[in-house]
Write a protein that binds this ligand. Structure first.
Ligand SMILES: Nc1nc2c(ncn2[C@@H]2O[C@H](COP(=O)(O)OP(=O)(O)OP(=O)(O)O)[C@@H](O)[C@H]2O)c(=O)[nH]1
Ligand SMILES: [Mg+2]
Length: 306
């Protein structure tokens, strides 16, 4: 039921997934046909060498093919740029996400700008290492964005196309683009709803590199906060060092007969330096704020919009 201006565009980044690509496309189209929701499927193939791109071209979907590999983040970004739907859905093509529930995910959007399928278990590749790292990064992101984030890097999400268009320039090349779209929405006052989903074992071969990709996740979370609210990054260490330094100063004055120790001065100096960097960064962010013209979603809005 592909239409010129569909309601939903499903963007599928693909890199060497030939064994199950057709099965994923079929289960998505079947579910959306049954739900009578208009849609387009966009496969973004990134120089697959196993014939995924050629296979995609035989299916009744839109296919973007890049000759060289750019990463799943770039694929999602260009897929979204070329999408026609009012709602964009991102998901993987590895049989892990419940892609037969995309219509339900989209229907959850009333009053929300984005709906994310939150996995209740970590079943991804190298899960014993990824679990703790992801937990830590998620807690950091929750603190920095002042919201509880049950799943920061779920690859299964539906969001408003017009809102996301404002942030596509921020998306990095790799896997951390899913983290970025969450942080961009939250930092700019758009709402996200989380719905629990099951996460299955992956078919085919994982492209996730636990060390490189985890480092990128962490860096991307910190970068997003520095971009929007640097005070939340520099403030706490500055305050802690300042308090310890002030305490030490009182101790020096009383106990050391007014001889202020070198370490006291270093502590206070560091606290001032960090506070200064935080304030200057904050000023730069405020002065360079981009204009966001798209209204956040309100309750009952979904039906009048789509
Ligand atoms: N276009 C494109 N897609 C990619 C690339 N790397 C991965 N993908 C796709 O992105 C989706 C997620 O990749 P995965 O390797 O499953 O990564 P993950 O889900 O974080 O890791 P797992 O826990 O192993 O499933 C899949 O549909 C991949 O085919 C890439 O370089 N380019
Ligand atoms: Mg996967």
């Amino acid at each position: 039921m592909a239409e010129p201006t569909p309601l939903v565009s499903i963007v599928l980044p693909v890199f060497n997934e030939v064994t199950h690509l057709e099965e994923e496309v079929t289960r998505i189209s079947k579910a959306l046909d049954e739900a009578e929701m208009s849609y387009e499927i966009i496969v973004v193939d990134d120089g697959s060498t196993d014939g995924s791109g050629e296979l995609a071209e035989t299916l009744e979907i839109r296919v973007l093919r890049f000759a060289t590999n750019r990463g799943s983040g770039s694929a999602r970004k260009y897929g979204t740029m070329s999408a026609h739907g009012e709602v964009v859905v991102w998901t993987d093509v590895d049989m892990t996400y419940p892609n037969d529930q995309i219509a339900e995910l989209v229907r959850e959007m009333d009053g929300y700008d984005q709906v994310v399928g939150a996995r209740n278990s970590e079943e991804g590749t190298v899960k014993f290492l990824r679990g703790p790292a992801k937990w830590l990064i998620r807690k950091l992101a929750s603190y920095l964005s002042r919201t509880e984030i049950p799943d920061l890097n779920s690859g299964f999400r539906a969001f408003r196309h017009d809102v996301a268009d404002q942030f596509l320039y921020l998306l990095p090349r790799g896997f951390s683009c899913v983290t970025t779209i969450t942080m961009a929405f939250l930092s700019n006052g758009y709402s996200i709803k989380y719905v629990p989903i099951e996460y299955a074992t992956r078919a085919g071969k994982s492209k996730f590199h636990w060390w490189n990709d985890t480092q990128r996740y962490l860096l991307q979370v910190v970068r997003m906060v520095l971009m929007h609210e640097p005070i939340r990054f520099f403030g706490p260490p500055a305050a802690i060092l300042g308090l310890v330094g002030a305490g030490k100063m009182v101790f020096d004055l009383i106990d050391k007969n007014f001889r202020v120790g070198t370490n006291t001065i270093v502590l206070l100096g560091l606290a001032f330096a960090l506070a200064g960097v935080g304030l200057i960064s904050d000023l730069m962010v405020q002065l360079n704020k981009r204009r966001h013209d798209v209204m956040p979603m309100t309750l009952g809005d979904r039906d009048s919009r789509f």
